[in-house]
Design a protein around this ligand. Sequence first.
Ligand code: MTE
Length: 333
Amino acid sequence: MLTRSRKGWALPESAATPKSVWLSRRRLLAAGGAGAMLAAAPGAGYLLGGGGGGQPAGMAMADEAPIAPELYPAPLNEAYELDRELTDPELATTYNNFYEFGSQKNISMAAQALRLRPWTVTIDGMVEEEITLDAEELIRRMPIEERLYRLRCVEAWAMAVPWTGFALKELVDFARPLSSAQYLVMTTFEDSSQAPGQRQFWYPWPYTEGLTMAEATNELAFIATGIYGEPMPRQNGAPLRLAVPWKYGFKSVKSIVRFSFTDQRPTTFWEEIAGQEYGFWANVNPEVPHPRWSQATERMLGTDERVPTQLFNGYGEQVAHLYDGLEGERLFM
Ligand code: MTE
């Protein structure tokens, strides 16, 4: 229940199915249990790209009803086009980074232990009034649409997926931040009884990410609530995850429970672990290598083909101006 009274937002029209080029959406429903999990590199490690972890024992399969299923599929926003084929849904939903469930890519089964009901979202910090409401209520208040976006991981793999969700700016408007707010900090749930990775005390849980207000209100910043025309699978960050396609994937924080407005730049999860490798800005740039991965090219999931990386992952037209005057910052890592 929303703890602030305000006018309700119109529910989006229930919409026509966008002409989907993709593969059967229904396959996704089974994706959590898909047998086609990809093998990840063996070995231990706590940095991105590391191995170790694996499937935790004793995981439970969650069986709650999906969140706001009537909203899917949502109308396609045709402003966001791709220059590449969409990634096979099975790959996009079984090759994941979600360290709360393990540090390998095959966490999709383990992530089914995540309980999505109730899922309370808190909006606080420098706002006119703190808000708490259930994720399902929040999602139903937002104008839901579908967008085709790229995702580029700093490990130099990439995918292209249809997200369903809403512009982050809509949430910012709903939150009514004070004019003094400069950053939006987004935080993942914390509950090691569901997410065994969170028992690994050397990580600075909960996973935290942040954007400047200008980034958060840029048209591209998106809160994804679904993928391939279905509610978001747990392994991809249900019920709410960020999608900022001009930045490396680690900025796209999953399973968010808190949106906090602040005038302090946050230290983000990976920055705290290895600040020399991961920074606050993390904009994609082929010319700025990560210490362990060249960023000059990327591999599309499902192929062996390497294609040239693009500055801002190809979204420079929408976002390059956000960084005018910030040339002194470490914008690309
Ligand atoms: N969010 C949380 N809470 N925990 C994580 O480990 N991994 C990040 C990001 N969001 C991560 C996270 C990284 S490194 C990437 S590349 C993307 O999620 C991967 O998203 P996907 O699994 O949906 O492809």
